[in-house]
Design a protein around this ligand. Structure first.
Ligand SMILES: [Zn+2]
Length: 114
């Protein structure tokens, strides 16, 4: 799914980037934000993996990580490969993870940049 309509928030007072939106800036307590777009790519800051999943989950592995987009915004999401390292380049998309209680659950998905 196109990420062009996904927005992060930049504090109008101090410039701190935040995602998702908060009521107040964590740095200066301002409540004034401007929307900023995500970039298409970023790098892995940290990650965690599950290689033995609970019964009922068909996937072979789950890798989650925090990514710093190229414009400095940080977000957590699923990484599509178990073979990752801190600093790897990834491309971002916003996708349907699964259906839970009849509702589609969306989140960030990061794929390695080749
Ligand atoms: Zn601020």
């Amino acid at each position: 799914m196109n990420i062009k309509n996904k927005k992060a928030f930049k504090c109008k007072e101090c410039g701190r980037l935040t995602y998702p939106r908060r009521v107040r800036c964590l740095q200066c307590k301002s409540t004034e934000f401007e929307e900023v777009p995500f970039t298409d790519e970023g790098e892995i800051l940290t990650f965690s993996q599950l290689l033995q999943l609970p019964w009922g989950i068909d996937d072979r592995f789950l890798t989650f990580g925090i990514i710093r987009f190229d414009n400095g915004i940080k977000a957590m999401g699923r990484i599509t490969t178990p073979d990752v390292s801190v600093g790897d380049r990834v491309k971002a998309s916003w996708e349907n993870f699964r259906v839970m209680a009849g509702e589609d659950i969306f989140g960030w998905v990061f794929s390695p940049v080749k």
